[in-house]
Write a protein that binds this ligand. Structure first.
Ligand SMILES: Cc1cc2nc3c(=O)[nH]c(=O)nc-3n(C[C@H](O)[C@H](O)[C@H](O)COP(=O)(O)O)c2cc1C
Length: 211
């Protein structure tokens, strides 16, 4: 090999080594963070949109995919008729058919499960969802809104229906009071308080926040 060619080869390989070292390599942390973001699913049931608003707040911090749980046969618009129907469904263990089916559920690692308190427990549609999707080995993170009487046995039911999942401590907060005609409340100061509660809760349970 002639000397000039050898020099050129040396210079070329030196310059490519230098340019490689100036590129920003993807660190293990950034790769892990991206994966974690991609593998988050936020499923929620919401009739008057309060739980949905909390789901959106969680999403602001975690990213991921949001999916509402929809039933094939909608509940009555009338509140009392719905309460009576839910009461019957809980008594008989009836699980309503769902439109929602997440075919690639296996690809998510962390699954947020949001629901309003109905009849002081987990609403039948969310029982249907958890019964029809295999969450074994996944981290399940429940959250709830209610009319001021709390989550009842809702979080307990989530644990029972996800026996092979790691169920983290849930977040429960006051939402609307449909019985009294108070529907959507997650705006203004209430929304700010809720957002702070969400942020603090995510920090406490150790779920990575995006910001
Ligand atoms: C059928 C039905 C039953 C309910 N039962 C309860 C209850 O037992 N305890 C309670 O605190 N709130 C109860 N609520 C009120 C909801 O939990 C509350 O309004 C919640 O914020 C609604 O969430 P959403 O806007 O996401 O639907 C009930 C609401 C409905 C529609």
């Amino acid at each position: 090999m002639r000397l000039r060619t050898l020099c050129w080869l040396l210079l070329a390989s030196l310059s490519s080594a230098l340019s490689a070292s100036t590129q920003q390599p993807a660190t293990t942390e950034t790769i892990a963070a991206d994966r974690a973001k991609d593998s988050i699913l936020i499923v929620y049931l919401s009739r008057t949109k309060n739980t949905e608003a909390v789901a959106r707040m969680i999403h602001e911090y975690t990213g991921g995919r949001m999916v509402p749980v929809d039933v094939v046969k909608p509940y009555p618009a009338n509140y009392q008729a719905t309460v009576q129907q839910v009461d019957r469904e809980n008594e008989t263990g009836f699980l309503p058919a769902l439109k929602t089916k997440i075919a690639d559920i296996g690809s998510y690692e962390t699954i947020f499960v949001g629901f309003p308190t109905w009849d002081m427990t987990l609403p039948p549609p969310m029982k249907s969802f958890l019964s029809s999707h295999d969450l074994a080995g996944k981290t399940v993170v429940p959250f709830n809104t209610n009319a001021g009487y709390g989550v009842g046995t809702g979080f307990q039911k989530v644990k029972e229906l996800c026996p092979k999942s790691r169920v983290l401590g849930g977040l429960s907060m006051k939402g609307g009071i449909e019985r009294d005609g108070v529907l959507f409340v997650m705006e203004g100061r209430k929304a700010e308080e809720a957002r702070n509660d969400v942020r603090e809760w995510l920090r406490k349970i150790g779920v990575a926040a995006r910001r």
